[in-house]
Structures are given as C-alpha cells and as structure tokens.
Ligand binder design. Structure first.
Ligand code: KIV
Length: 267
C-alpha cells in the first residue's frame, strides 16, 4: 500500500484497516498480516510506557518506536504520530521533527486537531510529506477536554467537527482519523469528504477502522471502551502459559533431558 491507495480504496468503497504498532516484535506479526497500514501512535505513552495520558510522549520516544516498527514491517505503510506540542513550536522546529520522523521510517505523519494547525499542515504537505488528520476526541487535549469523552454530541459541536474535517481536506490531508464521535456524524463527514476517514469509536460508516494492537488482541485488561471488540484473550492465554512454565520449573518437568538439554562428556 502507498498513500495513493487510500484515495483509491475510498473511491472503490474498499474498507481500510489500520492497527497501532510500537515495536519490532509486533511489527513482524503485522507485516505478515493483511492489515493495510500501521500507526506508530503516541498511545505508546500509555500502552507501552504506562502513562495515564498521551501527554508524556516525546519526539525521542516516538522516533525509537518508529525505527523499531520500520525494521519489523518493511512491507507496510507506516504513519508516525507527532507527539504532544511537537507541531506547536513554530515552523522550523516542527519541520525538524517531521524530518526526523520521516528519516526514522514513517511514510506519513499524523497530527491532532485542525483550526490553528491548518497552515502548518499545508506547509508539511507542500514539502512532499503525506499528513493524516485526527478529529473528535483528540487525546493530546485530554486536559482541555476534561477527560476522554465522546465529542460532537450536540449540533454546534458536530458542525464544528464537520468544518474542521473540511479544513483538513482543504489543507491537503490524505485521510482523517475520527475518534469517539456519534456514528451518524462520522457518516456525514465521510460522505462530505473526498478523502477517506478512519474511525475509532465512530461507527461502521467511516472509510476504515483503527484499533490499538494490545486492545484488539486482549493483551491488556485495564481499559475496555464501548467501541472495542477483542479478537483474542491474549492476556489470559499468556498468563496461563507463564503459569505453566512456572509449574514445570517447580515440579522439574522442564527442562526435559532428551528434548531440551545438550549432551557432552564430563571429566
Ligand atoms: O495514538 C493512537 O493510538 C491514535 C489512534 C487511537 C488513532 O491516535
């Protein structure tokens, strides 16, 4: 997949699948899968580093994750997420960060919000770098939004998100993530835009869907938002296997001399 396929898939009404990825190991699995594209999301701050929000994500943190993912998933289109405030520090510093993220292995970057970001988005796009937008619940604004809350529920808020989506398209974004908004609003935005929308908690009418790797595989048990479908009980399966190893170490059935040991002469 390359950036042009996003538009083609929307035109041909083919749904787009995107999954977050933060490390070499899961990138290798995703590289073998049918998933269309990978997002090295700043959700890494929460999922991998244990923070309560994405605010603590830094450029260095994201660069490390992008490097690892690009080594593990050479066949996938990789979108690097610009962390909190990294695109709000003036044109030159923003472009320095974008440059680093592309050199680390991203094929596109994503940033949250519209309004004051449209000028910088347009500059990044004109520099030959594909930009994915992100509207609705923009987690980097956790403190301004008063928490992780569904956005666009009343008419005024819905109109604002629709106008922002149009602004992102006009600024040159190739796609836009719609997070935690009413599904009928997501449907209207998807119909209004020429570019594809990728939903998370935005219902079935978006052009594609994105989920966090650890959420969809049931590898964490802390957070279970309403929009999440879990496709594997990964946490429980891994715990069972670890407990089996512990049991076999303690009852000395592992290692087995025939299967797991090296032969040799002892003096
Ligand atoms: O960082 C992230 O994981 C994201 C997705 C939720 C879209 O931005």
């Amino acid at each position: 997949m390359n950036v042009l396929d996003f538009q083609r898939m929307k035109t041909q009404e083919e749904k787009i699948s995107m999954v977050t990825c933060y490390d070499f190991w899961s990138a290798q699995i995703l590289n073998k899968s049918n998933i269309d594209c990978l997002l090295v999301g700043d959700s890494a701050a929460m999922v991998i580093h244990g923070h309560k929000t994405t605010v603590p994500a830094t450029v260095d943190m994201m660069l490390n994750h992008i490097h690892a993912v690009s080594r593990g998933a050479p066949n996938k289109f990789i979108i690097g997420d610009m962390p909190f405030c990294s695109y709000r520090k003036g044109l030159s510093q923003t472009m320095h960060t974008v440059d680093e993220m592309m050199k680390a292995g991203s094929h596109a970057i994503k940033l949250e919000g519209a309004d004051d970001n449209l000028e910088i988005i347009s500059h990044i796009v004109k520099s030959g770098i594909p930009v994915m937008g992100h509207l609705g619940l923009t987690p980097q604004s956790f403190h301004a939004l008063g928490g992780f809350k569904v956005q666009g529920k009343d008419e005024q808020a819905a109109l604002k998100i629709k106008a922002q989506a149009q602004g992102l398209q006009d600024a040159g974004c190739f796609a836009v993530v719609l997070e935690c908004i009413p599904y009928l609003l997501a449907k209207e935005i998807t119909e209004q835009l020429a570019i594809p929308t990728i939903g998370i908690g935005a219902g079935p009418y978006t052009s594609g869907q994105v989920l966090v790797f650890q959420d969809l595989l049931g590898l964490q048990k802390e957070i279970k938002p309403k929009f999440l479908k879990t496709y594997l009980q990964g946490f429980d399966l891994m715990t069972e296997s670890l407990n089996q190893f512990d049991k076999e170490v303690k009852n000395t059935t592992f290692p087995n001399i025939q299967e797991h040991c090296f032969q040799g002469k002892v003096s």
